[in-house]
Design a protein around this ligand. Structure first.
Ligand SMILES: C[S@@+](CC[C@H](N)C(=O)[O-])C[C@H]1O[C@@H](n2cnc3c(N)ncnc32)[C@H](O)[C@@H]1O
Length: 224
């Protein structure tokens, strides 16, 4: 049964592929949001590579709500005054978790950046599943920072190129006086001397992804 669903998804649309390989469910820290979330990361990675071939950017990050993204989203849901009336830029959006929380808390709109084509599809599906407007999704990171009043980035410091590109944008925003927030469990490339801590959460995480059962994850504001 499962095999036939998968075979159909491999020839169907990206939406079919995502629906067939995920379960619409709430991440542990975010009972008010539903996301298309994956199970076994290695198996999903293999299926993604089969589907996208050379186009595959690697790990299907979009199928998981990472510790940093969950903490950031929890903070935005509990602190609506941080987003209300603001245009939000969500860098390295993945499933869209942080931007969707900002929309739920009443921001004006969200632009999400992603380099993974399947993530763009997942973000649209996740927005629809929560009856939220879809973020505008962009692959490039050359845009006018003056179009935004808040920049958020969930869990983007796990590898050097991503961290340096996305932190560079946050720094440019902070220099212009725009608030830049990240959620990060102090990953290898997180420069904590450039941030101040706002709130720390202890949350359950997938052992297959994190090699542990819980993560202590902080929401940080970039120093100006
Ligand atoms: C660990 S995931 C975090 C996803 C989501 N923010 C969360 O916290 O659940 C990092 C994401 O950054 C994306 N990414 C990496 N480099 C990027 C870049 N230069 N521009 C935009 N997105 C990027 C990856 O595709 C991935 O989806």
């Amino acid at each position: 049964m499962e095999g036939s669903t998968t075979a159909q998804a491999e020839t169907g649309s990206d939406e079919d592929f995502i629906r067939a390989n995920t379960v619409l469910s709430a991440p542990p820290l975010l009972p008010e949001l539903r996301l298309h979330l994956g199970g076994d990361p290695l198996e999903l990675w293999r299926r993604t590579q089969e589907r996208l071939g050379d186009q595959s950017p690697g790990m299907p990050f979009w199928a998981f709500a990472w510790a940093g993204g969950q903490a950031l989203a929890r903070y935005l849901l509990d602190t609506p005054e941080a987003v209300q009336g603001k245009r939000v830029l969500d860098l390295g959006a993945g499933s869209g978790v942080a931007g969707l929380a900002a929309l739920r808390s009443g921001c004006i709109g969200v632009t999400a950046t992603e380099i993974d084509p399947l993530a763009a599809v997942a973000i649209r599906l996740n927005a629809a599943a929560n009856r939220l407007p879809s973020p505008e999704i962009r692959e490039d990171v050359t845009f006018a920072l003056e179009d935004f009043e808040l920049v958020v980035a969930g869990d983007v410091c796990y590898e050097e190129p991503t961290a340096s590109t996305l932190l560079g944008i946050m720094e440019a925003a902070a220099t212009r006086g725009v608030e830049a927030l990240t959620g990060d469990p102090e990953r290898r490339f997180f420069p904590n001397d450039r941030f101040e801590a706002l709130k720390t959460y202890e949350l359950p995480v997938m052992e297959d992804l994190e090699s542990r059962e819980t993560s202590r994850t902080t929401v940080w504001r970039m120093r100006r």
